[in-house]
Write a protein that binds this ligand. Structure first.
Ligand SMILES: CC(C)(COP(=O)(O)OP(=O)(O)OC[C@H]1O[C@@H](n2cnc3c(N)ncnc32)[C@H](O)[C@@H]1OP(=O)(O)O)[C@@H](O)C(=O)NCCC(=O)NCCS
Length: 216
């Protein structure tokens, strides 16, 4: 598109479930929630009712992972709490967060994802790197990790294939564009894009947002 040219954008609303199916849907959903809760609650540090974790899924050390209520994690996820000689790892996903296919998240120290975060497919969130400064030990043989807390606050949206690297805080209500790599903190209500991700604009919101739940 040439400079100055603008695209027509149509505002659409996702259709609700057809009324005739609502009762059946609700019953099936409650059964799925109950099965998911019975299956996963004993294994995780916390697992809220109303959450779904779709198979296949690869979970490492779920006893250090907390999943809130009404969280939906679609198939192909790899979610890891990595044990080290340091503090126990902590990985938290807040109420109402929705995560699409092939999510990868690794916490060697502390990853916190807030409430009502929308995470598209193939997103990666990490709080660590492998050390690569020892010429005698390549990263695959080097058991040293460099870790720093990573936080995604409430109401954010991470677009398809976004990557969030260690030590980053994405403040509430922000949007990470598809394919971006976030290497620095993102201020609240910002859109960031690119590699490395830079603020491309701020988001003007009319209503007040509820208080943020992500721990500081
Ligand atoms: C970020 C996004 C939401 C658009 O937001 P927007 O505020 O309307 O942004 P604009 O389209 O006006 O673009 C603003 C700037 O960011 C750039 N930009 C937008 N998306 C980008 C991306 N994914 N990567 C790199 N740059 C991007 C634009 O080129 C533009 O740059 P310019 O000002 O130099 O021309 C959209 O581009 C996007 O990435 N959507 C994600 C879709 C997705 O993952 N869906 C999964 C469903 S869960």
């Amino acid at each position: 598109m040439s400079e100055g040219q603008s695209r027509a954008v149509t505002r659409l609303f996702i259709a609700p479930t057809a009324p005739s199916h609502r009762l059946l849907d609700a019953a099936v959903r409650r059964l799925r929630f109950a099965w998911s809760y019975l299956r996963w609650r004993p294994r995780f540090a916390a697992y809220g009712f109303g959450s779904l974790l779709e198979s296949p899924v690869q979970i490492t050390n779920p006893r250090f992972i907390s999943i809130g209520r009404g969280v939906h994690i679609r198939s192909g996820a790899r979610i890891e709490a990595i044990l080290t000689t340091g503090p126990t790892p902590h990985l938290q996903i807040g109420d109402g967060t929705s995560i699409h296919m092939h999510f990868h998240c690794g916490a060697a120290l502390d990853v916190r994802i807030g409430r009502n975060v929308l995470i598209a497919g193939r997103v990666y969130i990490t709080d660590h790197d492998h050390a690569f400064d020892d010429p005698d030990r390549p990263p695959v043989q080097n058991n040293t990790l460099l870790a720093s807390s990573t936080v995604v606050e409430d109401d954010c949206w991470l677009g398809e294939g976004a990557i969030v690297l260690k030590g980053v805080r994405i403040e509430r209500g922000s949007v990470v564009a598809a394919g971006s790599v976030v290497t620095r903190d993102v201020p609240a209500l910002s859109v960031v894009a690119g590699v490395p991700a830079r603020v491309v604009r701020s988001i003007a919101r009319t209503g007040d947002l509820a208080p943020c739940s992500a721990p500081s």
